[in-house]
Write a protein that binds this ligand. Structure first.
Ligand code: BGC
Length: 391
């Protein structure tokens, strides 16, 4: 332990010296080759095993908790308004500290300027890696270029970082795939619960600033459009463009108002059979609107496996959700950070996404549909959600 501490102290000193000489960050160079496996900072060492296991790291001599031996990591989240982001805040703190890093975690309350300032201050505070879930994927270009120039690695978390060269990789669940799963679940539910076609449906999208939202919608429409074209599905309101269907800021109450207006204007003497919803909060708003209007509950899709929606799926009030476990995404991100800060560069991946300026390496995890039928299976290793499935 003592020997490890000495090495760590040496590393911390070298690191501090590096920061003072102006390199500041983890990459130690302004140049980033996306595919380079051995960047210039290859001399740095990975946090030792004791850190990775979360062993108590209080300094024996001074009694103070030393700043993390592994470096400083910033995490900029867009907001905490859905369960996945609230979980990310907690899990990043736990997992980064357990791996020996000092974590600076901030959420931006859906405000772009606030997020830009938060990232600026992470750079100023010596972050070597900044993980970003953007409020608006295309509005961080200049602050991320600044991070790049300061030698800081930038990882996009859950959402793509667009129109910037200041990004080293993206960690996310397949976003087009997510939309396909939502649409397939909607169709399956309609067949199971609403008799023979045609089916009256409506379409909802997420916040237009979030690059995931158009992707979810595109994935869903690749499944639904042919069935709209052949008359199996009827979008009674006629609103089928993403711009018409999007929900500004992922705001559930805006979705509920839109559903109220659609029902009042189009469904006074017919029943609505199904609704494509981009996430669970919006799904519950849609279902509540239909209940208030005296409609039978339509088949509604979702996303996030939020606790409340897991209960609604289990009780039959919401047809489906899609699980994209935050824990797994945070673990994947921390393992990339370990690789970067130990000098091993970005791990290999075959997937890239063009962000408008460069092809960014993407580390993709698979989303999984959840209905009442498979919920127990999907949450077999998630005791908290499993506990919500009460017989
Ligand atoms: C995330 C979803 C979330 C939504 C709203 C999306 O980018 O992928 O999990 O529900 O943002 O916060």
């Amino acid at each position: 332990m003592k020997a490890k501490k000495a090495v760590s102290l040496l590393l911390a000193t070298v690191l501090a010296a590096t920061m003072l000489t102006g390199c500041g960050g983890g990459r130690g160079t302004e140049e980033t080759d996306q595919t380079d496996e051995t960047p210039d900072d290859a001399g740095e060492e990975k946090p030792d095993d004791a850190d990775a296991e979360g062993e108590e790291s209080e300094d024996e001599e001074t009694g103070e908790t030393p700043s993390a031996e592994g470096g400083i990591v910033g995490v900029a989240l867009p907001w905490l308004g859905t369960q996945n982001w609230a979980e990310a805040e907690v899990m990043f703190k736990e997992q980064l500290e357990a791996a020996g890093y000092e974590a600076i975690i901030q959420a931006a309350d859906q405000k772009v300027p606030q997020q830009q300032q938060q990232i600026e201050s992470m750079i100023e505070n010596g972050a070597q890696v900044i993980v970003v879930g953007p409020v608006d994927g295309s509005q961080l270009g200049s602050v991320l270029e600044k991070a790049k120039d300061a030698g800081v690695y930038v990882i996009g978390y859950d959402r793509l970082l667009e129109n910037t060269t200041g990004v080293d990789g993206i960690v996310q669940f397949g976003s087009v795939k997510t939309g396909e799963l939502q649409a397939e679940a909607l169709l399956q539910g309609l067949k199971e619960q609403k008799g023979e076609a045609p089916y009256n449906i409506e379409l909802f999208g997420g916040g237009p600033a979030d690059p995931n939202a158009p992707n979810f919608f595109t994935g869903a429409m690749s499944v639904l459009q042919p069935l709209i074209d052949d008359g199996t599905l009827v979008v009674v309101s006629g609103q089928t463009d993403f711009t018409q269907c999007a929900t500004a800021d992922w705001d559930n109450s805006k979705a509920q108002s839109r559903m109220d207006a659609i029902l009042a204007g189009n469904y006074s003497d017919i029943e609505i059979d199904g609704v494509l919803s981009p996430n669970d909060g919006i799904a519950r708003a849609i279902i509540t609107s239909c209940e208030n209007a005296g409609q039978p509950i339509p088949v509604v899709s979702g996303l996030d496996a939020e606790n409340e929606s897991v209960e609604w799926v289990w009780s039959g009030r919401q047809y489906s959700t899609v699980a994209k476990p935050t824990n797994a995404l945070v673990e994947e991100t921390v393992s990339i950070i370990n690789s970067l800060l130990s000098g091993s560069g970005m791990p290999e991946t075959d997937v890239t996404a063009n962000n408008g300026m460069i092809d960014v390496p993407v580390y993709e995890l698979p989303p999984v549909v959840v209905t009442k039928d498979n919920a127990k299976e999907v949450f077999a290793d998630d005791p908290d959600r499993l506990a919500l499935l009460k017989d």
